[in-house]
Design a protein around this ligand. Structure first.
Ligand code: AMP
Length: 186
């Protein structure tokens, strides 16, 4: 079936039918190869993996690397989905999509990657396990996560910190983590 475009120009599967039990925010990032296409294809693969509908999509951003600086800038975005997959099934799907695009074990922690897909928020669930932590444990410190989430809904409450996304964004140091909108021709 043909794809359509959201207000930020990304592929959305036809219809706005709710298929799932979970509303999830997914972070996508890439700093190797065609970064924009890697993010787009990653989210598209997730939607095609079944039981999952794209509800909204942030703008794309060019973002300065955090933690490990000696690498190229990233492209990042956030997608809001509804899915019938439980958080562990979803993690399994994301990891297999990353592998399919050629991501191998990261030689450097926080280093270059062809595609990173993270589970940021799942409804207002809190998950703490060895394989999965939700909300994502670093999301509240990352401008490249908070800014795109605010494109979609700045009022979502972080279920552990009990602050909304806009206030978490405002708590970041202004001089750190430069990001700029990546204006692309779709
Ligand atoms: P990453 O470096 O982002 O690919 O993540 C490395 C590992 O973090 C994954 O293999 C997951 O088991 C684990 N992980 C824990 N919490 C999350 C989360 N919320 N989203 C994605 N990965 C997670």
């Amino acid at each position: 079936m043909p794809a359509s475009y959201t207000r930020h120009g990304f592929v959305k599967m036809p219809g706005n039918r709710s298929v799932g039990n979970y509303t999830v925010y997914i972070g996508a990032g890439s700093n190797i190869g065609n970064k924009l296409a890697n993010c787009q294809n990653g989210i598209e693969s997730l939607i095609k993996s079944g039981g999952t509908v794209l509800k909204d999509q942030s703008r794309f951003y060019k973002t300065e690397p955090v933690d490990y600086q000696a690498q190229d800038w990233f492209i990042n975005c956030v997608a809001k989905i509804e899915t019938a997959k439980n958080p562990f099934e979803l993690l399994h799907t994301l990891k297999s999509i990353e592998r399919d695009v050629g991501r191998v074990a990261d030689p450097v922690k926080f280093g270059p990657r062809i595609l990173d897909l993270d589970i940021l928020l799942v409804d207002n669930l809190v998950v703490t396990s060895s394989k999965l932590v939700v909300p994502h444990p670093r999301m509240h410190k990352r401008r490249f996560v908070l800014q795109p989430i605010c494109d979609i809904d700045a009022k979502i409450i972080h279920p552990v910190l009990m602050k909304n996304m806009q206030s978490l964004l405002e708590m970041l140091d202004e001089d750190e983590q430069r990001i700029e909108e990546y204006r692309c021709a779709y």
